[in-house]
Ligand binder design. Structure first.
Ligand SMILES: Nc1ncnc2c1ncn2[C@@H]1O[C@H](COP(=O)(O)OP(=O)(O)OP(=O)(O)O)[C@@H](O)[C@H]1O
Ligand SMILES: [Mg+2]
Length: 339
């Protein structure tokens, strides 16, 4: 922490202000909060957040930023971070073990296809104790649509606890189950309600601080990005600029704080040479925002998922619950072959 402030990848004008205010090394900065730093160094809060992120960055990440991390080291780092299991073996297999931590994933799909359900399921699954192969983490759920239903979370938590109860073999697992109850799962699931895009943007600026104060958080969900940004905009270039900035902040958040970021997006109709097609909303440039894009869709009465990265058409099928009492993804999944 004795590293000189001038050696960090910070804008030169900000460096000058930091040095003038007497911040010479990382040790002078690491305990400060963004607001305090912004006041003391006369820089904007956004600049203060960026400075603190650069300074608090882990050694491996600094080396990666400087281009001095080998692919082998990066592979080791990604394996260490782990993934969040979805409780659907075909999907986990397609995703290489589950939702990746340290990356951003966009989940798109038509209304009612199961985006929120998957996000709540992941918010529970991220808490599965390490001795069961989970991450033993916590989650932050940013709800822009008002669609987070706590009873759904209770049902999914109950199912996860029962599932782990059936798997428990040794005394370590029995002991871990004492701390893995519906109550602890719900108390480790932090909720934020944002009513419009201004509140959502503000929340993303506060995220770095929240994650620094809650280092156990391994998953951040935004359900959905589209709801806040699809309407209310006459100036589409302003929307694109705001979305680009948001995407950058989320990617930075995912890498700096080792969290999986899951964003949901709605679908819109696009007319292409006289034919209409359902495509993810928010335009083409947003299509590059997340590390990977998953599209949920209906295949008859089944839910299917397509992974839209270089490997196209990997998927899983889940059986429709036919309105049965349980909304539990785990218990309604049929283990079908990827489409
Ligand atoms: N895999 C599944 N198995 C059984 N039921 C499911 C599954 N996924 C979702 N459901 C149920 O389908 C309904 C709609 O799901 P959900 O709210 O997740 O859709 P959504 O894609 O988020 O829709 P919207 O775009 O309107 O937000 C809910 O009652 C949910 O419990
Ligand atoms: Mg939803």
């Amino acid at each position: 922490m004795q590293r000189d402030v001038s050696s960090y990848a910070i804008a030169p004008s900000v460096k000058v202000k930091l040095l003038n205010a007497g911040f010479l090394s990382a040790a002078d900065l690491c305990d400060l909060r963004p607001l305090q730093l912004s006041k003391e160094a006369c820089i904007s809060q956004e600049e203060a957040v960026e400075v603190l992120q650069a300074v608090r960055c882990e050694p491996g990440q600094e080396r990666a930023a400087a281009g001095r991390l080998t692919a082998l080291e990066l592979l080791g780092r990604e394996q260490e971070l782990g993934t969040i299991v979805t409780f659907c073996s075909a999907l986990d297999m397609a995703l290489g073990g589950g939702m990746p931590v340290g990356k951003t994933t966009e989940v798109c799909g038509a209304p009612g296809v199961g985006k929120t359900q998957l996000c709540i399921q992941l918010s529970v699954d991220v808490q599965i104790p390490a001795c069961f192969g989970g991450l033993g983490g916590k989650s932050l759920y940013i709800d822009t649509e008002g669609s987070f239903l706590v009873q759904r979370a209770v049902d999914l938590a109950q199912a996860a606890v029962e599932h782990c109860g059936l798997l428990a073999e040794d005394s370590e697992q029995q002991e871990a189950l004492k701390g893995f109850t519906v109550e602890t799962i719900l108390s480790n699931l932090f909720l934020v309600r944002c009513h419009d895009y201004v509140e959502l943007l503000a929340e993303t600026y506060l995220l770095a601080d929240f994650l620094a104060q809650h280092p156990g958080v391994r998953l951040v969900v935004i359900d959905s990005i589209a709801f806040s940004f699809r309407h209310d905009f006459e100036d589409l270039s302003q929307r694109t600029r705001l979305l680009n900035g948001l995407a950058q902040r989320l990617i930075q958040m995912a890498t700096n704080h080792n969290v999986a970021v899951i964003l949901t997006n709605q679908m819109t109709t696009k007319i292409w040479s006289g034919q209409s097609k359902l495509v993810p909303a928010l335009g083409e440039s947003w299509g590059h925002a997340a590390t990977q894009r998953l599209i949920l869709h209906w295949d008859g009465t089944h839910r299917a998922m397509t992974e839209h990265i270089s490997r196209l058409c990997k998927g899983y099928l889940t059986k429709e619950s036919d309105g049965a009492a349980s909304d539990d993804l785990a218990s309604t999944i049929t283990r079908s072959q990827p489409s």
